[in-house]
Design a protein around this ligand. Structure first.
Ligand code: BV8
Ligand code: ZN
Length: 238
């Protein structure tokens, strides 16, 4: 199956990759769902919401600081590097749900970060302030904006709309793709989980995952295994 998918990639004019937390797992960054996805007794759905931040901004910041410290200690793995290589050599479009910035650190160039990036902060009161904020261990208390409001991580929480430009760009990429590789996502979070279904009308849809997911039945090919190893094997077969 590796050789077959490699032949589809070789022939692709518009290769699109959609990634989720699984691609960062081999870098030691915990995924959201399944074993290891919990922080203390909280699920991501408990903390990644505007309501949780309004009620307990310090607790939500503690979760993000814990994640930043894990991510700062992590390195992009071979899966990130293969995708970066394809962005540069095959004009591959990268759509990611990940907010860890590891794709960017792998050096492939611009991607669409559909759920934002936890290395950026923005004003929660909406004064428009937004900035990169690279220090991993932000003060244990939540950060204050110059307008007096809270600063929050510049990510999309549950119940919040995605950035319209990002979603529009990702939708056009999916609709125009001839090969879509969906890597390391449980494909349960919408509207991103709908993107592969937009593509499958006319594109080859390939799932790379260690497990069965909500998308598996719709895929033209599923490559079961750790994404870093599978992507490296595909690169060797090209
Ligand atoms: C929206 C950013 C509408 C923050 C995230 C009720 C109320 C409100 C909304 C809803 C509702 N019910 C449903 C919804 C919609 C909701 C949704 O889809 N919920 C789901 C849970 C049912 N969606 C939303 O709320 C979205 N917004 O709908 O707004 C709207 C419109 C207009 C006006 C107002 C509102 C916003 C969704 C974005 C939420 N933010 N994260 C942060 O990260 O801190 S979601 C979170 O899940 C992450 O971004 C993550 O990327 C994303 C998806 O998870 P995965 O990446 O797939 O990770 P997961 O752990 O699930 O899976 C890992 C996979 O990797 C597994 O399959 C595993 O097998 C595999 N794997 C593991 N290791 C490896 C591997 N594969 C390969 N190799 C390995 N080594
Ligand atoms: Zn402000």
């Amino acid at each position: 199956m590796i050789d077959c998918v490699a032949s589809w990639i070789r022939a692709a004019q518009r290769l699109v990759l959609l990634t989720g937390a699984g691609i960062s797992a081999e870098s030691g960054v915990p995924v959201f769902r399944g074993p290891g996805g919990l922080w203390r007794q909280f699920r991501p759905e408990d903390l990644a919401t505007p309501g949780a931040f309004d009620e307990r901004p310090e607790l939500v910041w503690e979760w993000y600081v814990w994640r930043r410290e894990r991510i700062a200690a992590a390195q992009p793995n071979q899966g990130h590097h293969v995708i970066a290589h394809w962005q540069q050599t095959r004009a591959a479009a990268l759509l990611t749900q990940n907010v860890d910035g590891l794709h960017e650190r792998a050096g492939g160039g611009p991607s669409i970060e559909l759920h934002g990036n936890l290395w950026r902060v923005r004003c929660a009161q909406g004064c428009g302030f937004r900035a990169h904020d690279n220090h991993a261990s932000a003060p244990r208390t939540a950060l204050r904006c110059r307008c007096g409001g809270w600063l929050r991580p510049d990510v999309v929480w549950f119940g919040e709309p995605l950035d319209p430009q990002a979603l529009d760009g990702a939708t056009r990429a999916a609709e125009g793709a001839d090969v879509v590789l969906v890597v390391g996502t449980s494909a349960v979070v919408y509207p991103v989980a709908a993107l592969p279904h937009l593509a499958r009308r006319h594109a080859r849809l390939v799932e790379i995952n260690i497990d069965e997911t909500a998308l598996s039945a719709a895929a033209d090919a599923t490559l079961r295994g750790p994404s870093g190893e599978v992507l490296a094997a595909l690169e060797r077969a090209l």
